[in-house]
Design a protein around this ligand. Structure first.
Ligand code: FEH
Ligand code: ZN
Length: 333
């Protein structure tokens, strides 16, 4: 079958023809219907994260079940889309048992498409426990990108930021994650202010219902000395983290999602004097993935997605690297 493979040391995926997998006793075999591309793929291809073995990439997967393992027979529906929980938790460790399965610390756990075979392929086998049914009416491309670009901001805002009705939230960065973060904040009943350097992104955020959307360079004049319960930095650069420190309330939380810089300076005087908290955020849990699909089905979140052809995956990853993809992209077989 077709598969786009990571080869250690290579900076492009190898388009290959490999044997079609078969489902183990507690696995299912999915026929891939859509696979989202992500900057995390680029971190690997650019050598910032490396692996010592080849595997098929693609950690944002959606497909239909073609085969059920012997121990999970009859548990799933035919002609139905399922989304894959990319963190691929073990289900047995303390984190998994505590419902924090995004932090699974099983020594054998590998992320789908980042260490173990993923979705840039015709077929993908995954543990049956790590898929979630996609509600009818949600397209494969939306479901695929939602497994990261909606799940990650949802985990950051609802679970870690504890965003709720009337929370004041500043969202910094309106890329694929931030734009969904704005919608998630509104869906949770928060008062959301959005900021980005791109005017077209600010306009889109306003179309999504946010009352205030300001260019990051005008933030000081626009919001002056207002402070926010939660500031979510979807960029993770020095400048944006500095902005976050300036506008988070005393005792408030900065949720750091973006990986823009390797490190960002923390103001000790600000953090100590105003008892600030900075909270890292990683992907999301299986339970949260069920919740985001409900919100998408209720049209409270409308993920923007562009599509391309799976066999052009290297081209689209280059487009992503050059900043030419405005929202998120899913590849179709
Ligand atoms: C996945 C694996 C490792 C680091 C970051 C990611 C993100 O794409 C998940 O949101
Ligand atoms: Zn685990």
């Amino acid at each position: 079958m077709f598969a786009a493979r990571y080869i250690p040391g290579e900076h492009k995926l190898k388009i290959d023809d490999i044997p079609k997998p078969t489902a183990g006793p507690r696995e299912v075999l999915l026929k891939i219907r859509a696979a989202g591309i992500c900057h995390s793929d680029l971190h690997v291809l650019h050598g910032e994260v490396s692996y010592d073995h080849p595997f098929t990439m693609g950690h944002e997967a959606c497909g239909e079940i073609m085969e059920e393992g012997s121990e999970v027979k009859g548990q799933f529906k035919k002609n139905t889309l399922y989304a894959v929980h990319g963190p691929n938790p073990c289900g047995d460790c303390d984190y998994c048992r505590a419902g924090k399965d995004n932090l699974c610390d099983s020594p054998t756990r590998q992320f789908i498409g980042l260490g173990t075979d993923g979705a840039y392929a015709e077929y993908l086998k995954v543990p049956a426990r790590n898929i979630v049914e996609v509600p009818a009416g949600i397209s494969a491309e939306v479901a695929a990108v939602a497994t990261d670009a909606v799940l990650t901001p949802y985990h950051a805002m609802k679970t870690l930021g504890e965003v709720q009705t009337n929370s004041s939230v500043l969202v910094i960065g309106l890329g694929g994650l931030g734009m969904n973060g704005v919608q998630i904040g509104l869906a949770l009943g928060a008062k959301v202010v959005a900021s980005d350097l791109r005017e077209e992104s600010l306009a889109l955020a306003k179309q999504m219902g946010v009352q205030e959307a300001y260019n990051s360079k005008d933030l000081d004049t626009k919001i002056k000395n207002r402070k926010f319960d939660v500031v979510v930095d979807f960029v993770g650069a020095e400048a944006t983290f500095k902005t976050a420190q300036n506008y988070v309330k005393n005792g408030g939380t900065i949720v750091l999602v973006g990986l823009g810089a390797m490190t960002v300076p923390v103001s000790t005087i600000a953090f100590a004097s105003f008892q600030l908290r900075v909270q890292g955020s990683f992907w999301g849990t299986h339970q949260e993935m069920k919740e985001i699909f409900e919100l998408i089905a209720q049209k409270k979140i409308n993920p923007q997605v562009e599509t391309g052809k799976m066999n052009e995956v290297n081209h689209w990853l280059e487009e992503l690297a050059e900043g030419k993809i405005k929202s998120r992209m899913a590849l179709l077989p």
